[in-house]
Design a protein around this ligand. Structure first.
Ligand SMILES: C[S@@+](CC[C@H](N)C(=O)[O-])C[C@H]1O[C@@H](n2cnc3c(N)ncnc32)[C@H](O)[C@@H]1O
Length: 277
């Protein structure tokens, strides 16, 4: 018991250092009551690098001599939870309201561009790709960009490989059979879906003006981790990447600071969409 206590003990000054490190690296605010989160997520890194304790890990971070450990600490402290067709009401709104409009408006170019900002392991981007194929848009030029701060999740998204437990979450079995192939113990998306999406690392706090213009931007379940100033800056940048009338979708339970400056709020059934002005 004694050694376990020593491994996960965090001195107050190291706790403050870790909070500041995560905030400066990724913008995430971790409050004073997140000891358990630091302990459970950093203990494996302590073990991997044979450092003995979280306090010793902080000593290494202080020296900045090992960027790999610094990156691993940040990635360990971010939440990557995601699943296929998360917030199904939003996909229904895309199908019934946004796509019919875009089909008309973009008939001349037959080009549509979408962005899954904070895409984690790719389920959001690929759910949209599947939905567009189901809507009969395979002959259109469709580009879906998925981006995330973490290179680890971006690499995973690129493989388009998912475990059984991941395809069991949110994905109807008919779509699993139609758009995935068995790959050993995992499932891999077919080329028809994969070619519609590409993935890259992007920090949402950086300028994004060159990325657009997009018809739809997902920025879901990530704003909750930022402070108000960061949220406001991100809203402004997201807006700059969107077509006028384009949709921004936030996580089901999220609202965002500064939205009203750039977007009009529109209710479609139970779903709130933010329409770029
Ligand atoms: C909870 S996941 C959300 C995934 C997906 N959007 C969804 O709603 O299912 C949050 C993601 O945000 C990413 N993230 C956190 N801070 C970020 C930042 N500053 N820039 C870009 N991505 C960030 C994390 O790496 C993580 O993959």
């Amino acid at each position: 018991m004694g050694s376990q206590t020593l491994v996960t003990e965090i001195l107050p000054e190291n706790y403050r250092f870790l909070q500041a490190h995560i905030y400066s690296q990724v913008g995430i605010v971790l409050e004073d009551n997140k000891h358990y989160l630091f302990e459970s997520r950093l203990a494996p890194i302590v073990k991997q690098f044979s450092l003995g304790s979280i306090n010793a890990l902080c000593d290494v971070l202080h020296t900045r001599r090992n960027p790999e450990i610094g990156q691993q600490v940040v990635e360990a402290m971010t939440t990557n939870e995601t699943y296929f067709f998360r917030d199904p009401g939003q996909y229904e709104a895309i199908k019934t309201v946004l796509l019919p409009r875009l089909r008309e408006e973009r008939q001349a170019t037959r080009t549509l561009r979408f962005w899954s900002a904070a895409s984690s392991t790719g389920q959001e981007a690929y759910s949209l790709a599947i939905q567009l194929l189901e809507a009969g848009l395979q002959d259109w030029n469709i580009q879906i960009l998925g981006t995330d701060f973490s290179s680890k999740v971006v690499e995973r998204a690129r493989t388009a490989l998912y475990q059984q437990i991941e395809v069991n979450r949110g994905l109807p079995v008919t779509l699993l059979i139609k758009y995935f192939r068995r790959a050993g113990m995992e499932w891999q998306l077919t080329d028809a879906v994969r070619k519609m999406a590409s993935f890259d690392t992007i920090d949402l706090r950086k300028s994004m003006r060159t990325l657009g213009p997009f018809d739809l931007v997902f920025c879901r379940n990530v704003m909750i981790y930022f402070d108000n100033e960061t949220k406001r800056n991100i809203m402004k940048e997201l807006h700059s990447t969107m077509f006028r009338g384009g949709w921004l979708l936030l996580g089901g339970a999220e609202t965002a600071f500064g939205l009203e400056e750039w977007f009009d709020r529109k209710a479609i059934g139970n779903v709130t969409v933010y329409v770029a002005r």
